[in-house]
Ligand binder design. Structure first.
Ligand code: ADP
Ligand code: GLC
Length: 483
């Protein structure tokens, strides 16, 4: 029997999403089930999750979980989600609309430590047979929100399931004041540099990194990078010391959601054989963003959280070059106020050539991935990155920085790759304005050779990043863990 696993996370597409974690959770557990490994998920009861939980039943109730008031654990099936689920329903913690981590002013909810300690606690309880009918062989925590699970289980003198922690982004560490430790319910010994203590504070992610049997991350290159001082976000020493249990598995893409041939969000679906119909999406995109219907250069698209890590300040600074070369930009994103203001101003300044929608919009995200000639991901750090993977399937060539999962998924159009017919995009090395601007110029040159561009599109569209491969790698890892 293949090992069973419980995946604990704070996001799941299409119920609750701020980024790629949701996409992974919406696909990896089902892919594991399809391989015959019984897999379940645990999610917080956000409004979108509770709306899909009508058919689930309570398996336990607690009068007051970590100060959040009455709590229930529901089991069963979430509507339209094919993986068996548990939901932690604590209205005092999770019945809040909007972003799951931030209030309306963009500040962290003040009780985030309690909210996600509660999630982790519940994950640990499920590992310890809270559900008398099911117990996993492996509990896989995703990111800091589930980071305490390995610490709770490691503190249990009884035998417990194996634990893994998945790092989707090391920059988000779940750091809270040191006095948080008092009520977490962990043994005093864990408040140490070998445990979850981080310069006098506590880090939920560090708790997981220190205590889990295995550490996974979402690309091979990122697994290496996070062991360096530059990309280790203060955890590089710990990660180096645990290098023997650290592995990188590149994410897949859910081609049920991201496939131009079946994408009901496009004005006209298209495939490799009907790639001329991609123009229909481009036309609709230009119309939607107020871009001129004719341009000399390619249309660049961005769908991203607007943060420094994503390198979008570099793009902002390189925009005059993009515009001067006759290119266009269609940008969708939310995030740092300075970047939002910058792109809003650029759209005014370069009207017709630059369009920006500052918000979260699933429909428009698909139209941008489909309607762009180039999808830009100039990240300073990128654990995996999904939009470049989606872009390839849509025949939109990615322009990415040589880092993390971007480096592992895009083949640069250098002379050798062009000759071999393996090029799928454009890769630059240095996280500088000049390097990005120069690469944008180079891409504009390549754009003129339409036959070569078409052949790169065909290569990109033929790439297969479906989840089966990654799920198989996770399954082998779980088999090793339980052996
Ligand atoms: P990250 O998880 O770091 O944000 P990824 O590339 O892994 O980066 O995943 C981002 C996911 O979020 C993709 O599915 C992308 O389409 C989506 N996304 C990001 N910003 C927006 C937005 N403003 N509107 C709609 N979807 C978005
Ligand atoms: C994180 C990373 C992103 C990755 C995603 C899913 O949000 O920033 O690179 O693709 O998780 O693993």
């Amino acid at each position: 029997m293949a090992p069973s696993s419980l995946h604990v996370a704070s996001e799941l597409y299409p119920l609750i999403k701020t980024g790629g974690l949701a996409d992974v959770m919406g696909a990896l557990p089902s892919a594991l089930n399809r391989l015959g490994a019984p897999t379940r998920i645990l999610l917080p009861g956000y409004p979108g999750v509770m709306a899909a939980a009508g058919a689930m039943t309570a398996i336990t109730e607690w009068p007051n979980l970590f100060g959040g008031g009455a709590a229930r654990v529901l089991a069963g099936h979430l509507e339209d989600i094919d993986v068996p689920a548990y939901v932690l329903d604590v209205p005092g913690f999770f019945d809040r609309p909007g972003n799951p981590y931030l209030d309306d002013n963009g500040h962290d909810w003040p009780d985030n430590a309690r909210r996600f300690a509660a999630l982790s606690w519940t994950g640990a309880e499920l590992a310890r047979s809270l559900d008398p009918r099911w117990q996993p062989d492996v509990v896989h925590s995703h990111d800091w929100q589930a980071g305490l699970i390995p610490a709770y289980l490691a503190a249990d003198p009884a035998p417990t399931p194996k634990t893994a922690i998945a790092v989707h982004n090391l920059a988000y560490q779940g750091v809270f004041p040191g006095d948080t430790f008092a009520w977490l319910g962990l043994p005093a010994s864990s408040f140490s540099p070998e445990g979850l203590e981080f310069y006098g504070q506590v880090s939920f992610l560090k708790a997981g990194l220190a205590a889990a049997d295995r550490i996974t991350t979402v690309s091979r290159t990122y697994a290496q990078e996070i062991q360096s001082v530059e990309q280790g976000c203060g955890f590089d020493g710990l990660l180096r010391s645990r290098a023997d249990v650290l592995s990188g598995i590149v994410n897949g893409a859910d081609y049920d959601v991201w496939n131009p041939a079946t994408d009901h969000r496009l004005p006209r679906p298209y495939g490799a054989k009907s790639i001329d119909d991609k123009e229909v999406a481009k036309k609709a995109l230009r119309e939607r963003l107020g871009l001129d219907q004719v341009a000399e250069g390619p249309l660049f698209g961005v769908v991203s959280r607007l943060t420094w890590h994503k390198g979008l300040d570099l793009l902002f600074a390189a925009l005059p070059v993009l515009v001067e070369r006759g290119g266009q930009l269609a940008l969708l994103g939310t995030g740092e106020a300075g970047l939002e203001a910058g792109f809003r101003a650029s759209a005014d300044r370069f009207a017709g050539q630059v369009g920006a929608v500052l918000g979260y919009d699933e429909e428009l995200a698909h139209l941008i991935i489909a309607g762009s000639d180039v999808v830009l991901v100039p990240s300073r750090a990128e654990p995996c990155g999904l939009t470049q993977i989606y872009a390839m399937k849509y025949g939109s060539l990615p322009l990415v920085r040589n880092t993390g999962g971007l480096a592992d998924t895009v083949v640069n159009a250098d002379a050798k790759a062009i000759a071999a017919g393996t090029a799928t995009g454009f890769v630059f090395n240095l996280a500088t304005i000049d390097a990005l601007a120069g690469t944008i110029g180079w891409v504009c040159d390549q754009w003129q050779d339409r036959a070569r561009w078409r052949s790169m599109q065909q290569t990109a569209m033929a790439m297969d990043f479906s989840w089966g491969r990654a799920a198989g790698d996770y399954l082998r890892l779980y088999e090793e863990m339980v052996a």
